[in-house]
Ligand binder design. Structure first.
Ligand SMILES: [Zn+2]
Length: 329
């Protein structure tokens, strides 16, 4: 007879065990206890998410064992417990972070710290190391009213298109990076397993990936910041990613939602608005209105526009209606 055994390991058990390990292993005890506990908490979260998805009937991947090569972030939950930010304030031009078990590390600070430091993480990206701070009581800087609203269509050909027809691309520098990345990957594929050259080629591929990721994030951040600064209301679609990934579904439902100055989209206000097929001029909805990916041409009233711009106008209109509804409610 087949019998399955059940073992339950909780965060509390592991934390207690960690305490014992630290008691007889000085190498473990060199490091901050709170930081080690933070890692155990991440493990607990990974398994909790795994079992939640199993119970929901999904087929999640089993949490991966992360050896030293995989583990790229260490967190200290409280400034001053095993880690101290700006531990030598008598050096006004140089910032140091003190890490228990390591000592003082000089930090190249990108911008001044606002508020009080709460948690500190040290993150490795390839051969670079970053200190990431989360802060409490960061002063709020309210923006002046801009007197403008905007609808935004998010896409692949253009990152965003506004209702006024402004396109923010997926620009050329990303394509150039993609070519470099392809070169690096071809180079990597030719290297012998276990060789030093393979290790170097792999590091180069990773560096190219990071460069592309940083450029994309930078573009997204700058675009978002500009939109927030220049507008009082930004209407965006709530993208149904699952529907977008499953190509077989011919007409993915794209419910509309609006976000006003960072407020969460109000659930219950979402509804389908068929933005890609709806004419922004007369409201007619038809698949034939969209002869190609880029072109919108209404078969009823003859209105023509860039398809993304037409969608952005619909999104703005839907957002304004939702705002009116929300204010009336
Ligand atoms: Zn029309």
């Amino acid at each position: 007879m087949k019998r399955s055994s059940r073992t339950k390991v909780s965060y509390g058990d592991q934390s207690a065990q960690l305490k014992e390990i630290r008691a007889f292993d000085p190498d473990h005890a060199r490091w901050s206890f709170s930081s080690q506990q933070a890692t155990l908490r991440r493990l607990t979260l990974a398994f909790a998410a795994f079992f939640r998805r199993v119970r929901a009937g999904e087929t999640p991947g089993y949490p991966r064992f992360k050896g030293a090569g995989w583990f790229d972030t260490v967190t200290w939950p409280v400034d001053g417990d095993g880690c101290r930010w700006d531990s030598q304030p008598e050096h006004p031009t140089t910032t140091f972070v003190r890490l228990q078990g390591i000592g003082h590390v000089r930090v190249h600070q990108h911008r001044p710290v606002a508020g009080g430091v709460r948690t500190i993480s040290v993150k490795r990206e390839g051969d670079r190391w970053y200190v990431v701070l989360s802060c409490d009581d960061v002063p709020v800087r309210p923006l002046e009213p801009a007197g403008a609203v905007v609808g935004v269509d998010m896409g692949v050909a253009s990152l965003v298109t506004t209702a006024k027809g402004r396109h923010v691309g997926n620009p050329r520098f990303l394509e150039r990076s993609a070519e470099k990345l392809a070169d690096a990957q071809r180079d990597l594929a030719r290297k012998k397993r276990g060789s030093t050259r393979l290790r170097r080629a792999a590091a180069l591929v990773a560096a190219q990936h990071r460069a592309v990721a940083r450029q994309r994030l930078d573009l997204a951040n700058k675009t978002a910041l500009e939109l927030v600064r220049d507008h009082d209301l930004i209407a965006v679609e709530k993208l149904t990613i699952k529907g977008m990934v499953r190509r077989a579904k011919a007409k993915p439902d794209r419910p509309g939602a609006f976000l006003a100055n960072g407020q969460a989209a109000k659930s219950g206000l979402n509804r389908s608005i068929h933005t890609p097929q709806r004419c922004a001029a007369c409201g007619h909805v038809a698949e034939e209105n969209r002869p190609s990916q880029a072109v919108f041409a209404c078969v009823t009233c003859g209105h023509t526009a860039h398809a993304d711009e037409n969608a952005a106008v619909n999104i703005l209109r839907a957002g304004l209606v939702l705002q009116t509804d929300a204010q009336a409610a």
